[in-house]
Design a protein around this ligand. Structure first.
Ligand code: SF4
Ligand code: SF4
Length: 163
């Protein structure tokens, strides 16, 4: 997996033009069964991919933390939300709460998340490839294919299937 992750930014850059063209077309005329197709591709890929062999999302990009996330996780640590924010989070250029540092503080050496049951919504949903109306997040997806090997494979399959 390490080699796959190392090669991913280069592979994603090579596919960028093709992906951009594909998503522009998809946005203009999304197929009626797109949600269904994405669900199938997502499930098939995550049956092959073990995130515990990877954790590249947790190592390289932090999630954003919503107020609900902050309250839930602070409660888990028996901390006041304010204290949790001061200890772990900062405000980014989009005014969102994000981690002070990556790799994520809550990631263990075994790639396990120490707050898995209460982790941020963004972590639960990453890489968003089973999201409804997937065509609406094409810019984010084109970034994610350079980080997430599963997202890369899903987009490759998607292009083959829907081209
Ligand atoms: S979601 Fe993607 S980047 Fe994150 S651990 Fe799983 S395969 Fe790796
Ligand atoms: S909170 Fe957990 S799932 Fe989310 S980035 Fe950190 S280690 Fe990964």
């Amino acid at each position: 997996m390490d080699e796959v992750i190392k090669q991913l930014p280069k592979k994603a850059a090579e596919k960028h033009k093709e992906n951009k063209k594909f998503f522009t077309k998809l946005k203009k005329r999304p197929p009626k069964n797109l949600d269904y197709v994405m669900q199938e591709l997502h499930e098939a890929e995550f049956q092959r991919t073990d995130c515990l062999d990877c954790a590249n999302c947790c190592k390289t990009t932090g999630p954003l933390f919503t107020n609900n996330d902050i309250e839930r996780i602070a409660k888990f640590f028996r901390m006041k939300p304010k204290k949790f924010i001061g200890q772990f989070l900062r405000v980014d250029e989009d005014s969102d709460y994000v981690l002070q540092e990556v790799p994520c503080t809550f990631l263990g050496a075994d790639n396990l998340c120490s707050i898995y049951d209460v982790r941020p919504k963004a972590c639960r949903e990453f890489p968003h490839t089973d999201r409804k109306k997937f065509q609406q997040i094409s810019n984010l997806t084109m970034k994610n294919v350079a980080i997430c090997p599963a997202a890369f494979n899903i987009v490759e399959e998607m292009r083959k299937k829907l081209a």
